[in-house]
Design a protein around this ligand. Structure first.
Ligand code: AMP
Ligand code: MG
Length: 354
C-alpha cells in the first residue's frame, strides 16, 4: 500500500518536475523573444531614419526610410526617380509628356501605354461616382484662370463669358478611351493634378518595397502621405492635419500604421481678388473655384484613391462629400467655410493612438 502510494507520489513528483521544467523553458524562451524585440527596436531607433526632400510634382516631396548609409540612400534614390518619371510623364506643361501630346493632338487619336490608360480610367471612375465633381478634362479652365503660370499668381478673374465658353470644352464625354489609344474633342485638355501625386507616391513606395520588403518610413508629397510600415517597426505615425487658416497649426492629428492620407485645401494655391479667395480646385458645374469646403482629408489604403477622393469631396462639400465617403466605406474629414468640421463615422478610430 505504502509502496504503491509512494510510487504514485514519486510519479506525481516527476510530473511536477517536468511541468516546472516546461515553465522554466517557456519563461526563458519568452524572455529571449522580449530581449530580441527590445534589441531590434533599440537598433532601429538608434539607426533612425534617413530623410530627404526634393521639389517635385509642384510641391516638396519628402522620403523617409529606416536606417542610415548607402542602402537607405539607394532606396530614396529609387523612390525619387520613380516620382520624377511620373511627374515628367503626366505634367501637361512638359512638351515631352504624354499628356502634352494628348492635349495637342487636335481631335486625333494618340497611342498610349497601359499605365496612361489605367490612370485615366481610374480618374473616369471617380468622375462617374461623383456625378463629375472630379473631372480630369478641366485643362482649359485651369489655364483660363491662370493657374498654369509658373512665375506668378493670377491677379484678376476671367469674364463670365469666357468661363461659359470654357465650360463647353470639358466633361468626361469629351474623352474616347480605348486600351491603347485616346482621343479628345479638339478644344478639350486633360489635367491629372488631382490624382497624379497620389499615383506617383504609390509607385515610388512600390519600387522601394520591391528592393526592401521590410522597409519602414513614409513618402510625403505636400501633405499627401503614404506610410510604409510602423515607425521603428512598432509605433503608429502621427500625422497632423493642417488648420486650413493657420500655416503652422494642426486642426487634428491621426495615427496611422500603414495606408495613406491626402488633404485638398484652398490654401495650397490661391489668390485674392477684391477681397475674395479663389483657389486651384474647380467646381466643374460652375467653372469657378469650389467653395463648399476649405479642406478635405481622406484616409485609404492607396494614396491614388485618397488623393482623387480628397479633391472630389472638396468639390462636393461636407454634406454630399461625407455621404459619398460613407457609401464607399472610406474615412475622411471635411471642413466648411465656417470652419465647421464634418467626419465620417469611422474617422475617430484614427484619432486614437493605438
Ligand atoms: P489636389 O491638390 O489633389 O486637390 O489637386 C488639385 C489639382 O487638381 C488642381 O491643381 C488641378 O490641377 C486639378 N483639379 C482642379 N479641379 C479639379 C476637379 N474638379 N477635378 C479633378 N481635378 C481637378
Ligand atoms: Mg487630389
Amino acid at each position: 500500500m505504502w509502496n504503491r502510494d509512494s510510487k504514485v507520489r514519486i510519479e506525481k513528483d516527476n510530473n511536477r518536475t517536468r511541468r516546472n521544467k516546461a515553465w522554466q523553458l517557456s519563461i526563458i524562451a519568452f524572455s529571449a523573444i522580449i530581449l530580441l524585440i527590445a534589441l531590434y527596436t533599440f537598433n532601429v531607433r538608434r539607426s533612425g531614419y534617413t530623410v530627404r526632400r526634393e521639389f517635385l510634382l509642384d510641391t516638396y516631396v519628402t522620403i523617409a526610410v529606416n536606417g542610415k548609409g548607402s542602402n537607405a540612400d539607394k532606396l530614396i534614390d529609387i523612390g525619387f526617380s520613380e516620382i520624377k518619371r511620373i511627374d515628367e510623364k503626366f505634367n501637361p506643361l512638359n512638351e515631352k509628356s504624354i499628356l502634352y501630346k494628348i492635349n495637342h493632338a487636335a481631335g486625333k487619336w494618340v497611342k498610349i501605354d497601359k499605365e496612361t490608360h489605367d490612370l485615366i480610367e481610374r480618374s473616369l471612375y471617380y468622375s462617374n461616382i461623383s456625378n463629375d465633381a472630379f473631372d480630369i478634362t478641366l485643362g482649359r479652365l485651369i489655364g483660363l484662370w491662370g493657374f498654369y503660370s509658373l512665375s506668378s499668381t493670377p491677379t484678376s478673374i476671367p469674364s463670365k463669358d469666357d468661363i461659359s465658353k470654357c465650360i463647353a470644352s470639358y466633361g468626361a464625354d469629351k474623352i474616347e478611351l480605348e486600351k491603347d489609344r485616346i482621343k479628345l474633342r479638339s478644344n478639350c485638355a486633360l489635367d491629372l493634378g488631382g490624382i497624379a501625386k497620389g499615383y506617383a507616391v504609390d509607385m515610388a513606395v512600390l519600387r522601394m518595397k520591391e528592393n526592401a520588403p521590410d522597409i519602414t518610413g513614409y513618402v510625403d508629397a505636400g501633405g499627401d502621405i503614404r506610410i510604409m510600415g510602423k515607425k521603428y517597426g512598432t509605433l503608429p505615425w502621427s500625422v497632423g492635419i493642417r488648420d486650413p487658416r493657420s500655416e503652422d497649426k494642426s486642426i487634428d492629428v491621426v495615427y496611422l500604421k500603414g495606408g495613406s492620407i491626402a488633404t485638398s485645401g484652398d490654401y495650397e494655391r490661391y489668390f485674392f481678388y477684391k477681397g475674395k479667395r479663389y483657389c486651384h480646385i474647380f467646381d466643374p458645374k460652375t467653372g469657378f473655384p469650389a467653395t463648399k469646403a476649405i479642406s478635405a482629408t481622406v484616409i485609404s489604403k492607396n494614396l491614388v484613391d485618397a488623393d482623387a477622393l480628397a479633391t472630389t469631396v472638396f468639390v462636393l462639400g461636407p454634406i454630399k462629400g461625407i455621404q459619398l465617403l460613407n457609401q464607399l466605406g472610406v474615412d475622411g474629414m471635411i471642413i466648411d467655410k465656417d470652419k465647421k468640421i464634418y467626419k465620417t463615422k469611422g474617422f475617430e478610430y484614427y484619432e486614437k493612438r493605438r
